[in-house]
Design a protein around this ligand. Sequence first.
Ligand code: ZN
Length: 81
Amino acid sequence: MSFELLYGYCHCFGKTTYRHGLVASETEARRWVAAGRSDDRRPMPPGSDPVWTCPVTGCPGHVQRPWFAYRPVSGEEDATQ
Ligand SMILES: [Zn+2]
């Protein structure tokens, strides 16, 4: 069992989700999530994320504060990475 690290941004139209990578233990995943929530060093959004381009005034995406999460993945899903 490994764990996929996820982050993304909340926008006016919903949220975007990106994969940060895989870790081998839930402890490690939890630590990454906790660090992401408390640390100012955060992953850069991909250039395609509308965090940069959304024209809507007041879009929460403009705050550019990502959310962090993780999920368990099966061995088969690992192979497709
Ligand atoms: Zn928006």
